[in-house]
Design a binder for this molecule. Structure first.
Ligand SMILES: Cc1cc2nc3c(=O)[nH]c(=O)nc-3n(C[C@H](O)[C@H](O)[C@H](O)COP(=O)(O)OP(=O)(O)OC[C@H]3O[C@@H](n4cnc5c(N)ncnc54)[C@H](O)[C@@H]3O)c2cc1C
Length: 384
């Protein structure tokens, strides 16, 4: 890492610190979004207190796969992701690694969706292209490509140690003047007070708990928590010969992780109570991962460890980031793609809290909050 965490004057690369303020801001949640927002606010001279119920990176940000790319068909998402990757690069936090996604022979629906999405991403000036499966196999011999029908590659992509990044961000925020209180689960009331204390603004970035916290303040939010799962294989030399990938036909993503392969998805598209859910991976998922690895790399790699985490869904699959009620801001609903956009989301949210513009497309008030909707898996080759 290039930034000196002990120097409160050190610029965090990729941030704009033009806005100065002495506003008091409470940030709820010590994940990637909360710590980055606290850092952005503190660097703009806000008086920031971050409350974290457990430990920094104890939520989804500590268990994420850390695959980042700007290959979104939606121009706002693509722009936010590109800005985020640029901030991650400036912090030396991302290991560049192309992201490839593909459909297998006989899966014409996903093959067509990939072709269409790539064309729209190219319209957004993303560095993505259709790639010949044999070229893919030659570049990454660990990946079985003999039955691929259509494959695409995104070059502005990489992988991040999300837990380490989030903890480092918290250190940066403290160095920039923020106060962080871990082990402190707070409540929000209808006047925007946090455990009874008033602030000029409150940012609720409490991941899967955000909806519940807002409910407590009578501010319903159109968001549901759902469970996803991840599997880390035993060490294998194949890990050096793989890109980050999404197999649209089989419904799995994978990435090399040190000398292991991390496989994920295992989405259970049902609403979960964020205070009562199963943190270990399901038996069916663990068995399927070993089988899937045999399909993807030719070997049924055994399990080193597996786990589950919560993601957040919204009616249209888009995030809820911005002002929900006067002085009360939220950032949630990332549908499994929260880390990859978090650095840019945090910058924009901090600007909005201090009087700037938010991201219109992510405005949480586009929903009343009482909508009922089906949870749709976040990973998809579809262009929407
Ligand atoms: C297995 C898995 C794999 C993933 N892979 C990727 C990926 O490859 N790429 C990607 O972009 N995204 C991925 N994601 C999604 C990504 O992890 C999330 O979108 C992102 O980390 C969300 O960050 P957050 O800060 O919003 O939430 P969190 O990291 O969940 O942080 C919220 C924090 O709020 C705290 N909190 C909750 N309630 C309270 C309260 N009342 N008071 C105080 N604190 C409170 C919690 O303890 C928690 O630490 C993955 C998620 C999972 C689970």
């Amino acid at each position: 890492m290039t930034t000196d965490t002990n120097d409160p004057e050190a610029e965090t690369p990729g941030t704009d610190t033009d806005t100065n303020t002495d506003a008091t801001v409470a940030v709820v949640g010590g994940g990637a979004v909360g710590t980055l927002t606290a850092l952005s606010l503190a660097r703009r001279d806000a008086d920031v207190t971050l409350f974290e119920a457990g430990e920094i990176a104890g939520g989804a940000s500590g268990g994420a796969a850390g695959i980042c790319y700007d290959a979104f068909a939606d121009p706002v998402d693509a722009g936010m992701a590109a800005e985020a990757i640029s901030i991650l690069r400036d912090r030396d936090a991302i290991a560049d690694l192309p992201y490839v996604w593909f459909a297998r022979e006989g899966d014409e629906r996903n093959a067509e969706a990939i072709r269409e999405a790539v064309s729209r991403m190219q319209d957004n000036d993303r560095a993505v292209a259709i790639i010949d499966p044999s070229e893919l196999g030659a570049r990454w011999p660990g990946l079985r490509t003999d039955d691929l029908a259509v494959a695409a590659i995104a070059r502005n992509a990489g992988v991040v140690d999300t837990a380490a990044f989030t903890r480092e961000t918290a250190q940066f925020a403290v160095s920039a003047g923020a106060e962080i209180r871990t082990g402190t689960r707070v409540q929000l009331d209808g006047d925007g007070r946090v455990d009874g204390d008033a602030y000029d603004a409150v940012v609720v970035a409490a991941g899967a708990h955000t909806g519940r916290l807002l409910d407590g303040a009578d501010l319903p939010l159109a968001v549901e928590a759902y469970r996803v799962q991840a599997y880390l294989s035993e060490p294998t030399p194949l890990s050096d010969r793989l890109p980050a990938l999404y197999d649209a036909t089989e419904g799995y993503y994978a990435r090399p992780s040190d000398r292991q392969v991390l496989v994920g998805d295992g989405t259970v598209p049902e609403p979960r109570d964020p205070t009562d859910w199963k943190r270990s991976a399901d038996g069916w998922f663990r068995g399927d991962c070993a089988t899937y690895l045999e399909t993807a790399v030719g070997e049924p790699l055994g399990e080193r460890r597996s786990w589950a985490g919560l993601c957040t869904a919204t009616p249209d699959g888009g995030p809820l980031v911005g002002e929900r009620a006067p002085g009360i801001y939220v950032a949630t609903g990332f549908q499994g793609h929260g880390f990859t956009r978090a650095p840019a989301v945090a910058e924009r949210l901090a600007e909005q809290v201090l009087g700037g513009d938010g991201v219109d497309a992510y405005d949480p008030t586009r929903f009343d909050g009482d909508e009922s909707f089906e949870i749709v898996e976040g990973m998809s080759p579809d262009p929407e």
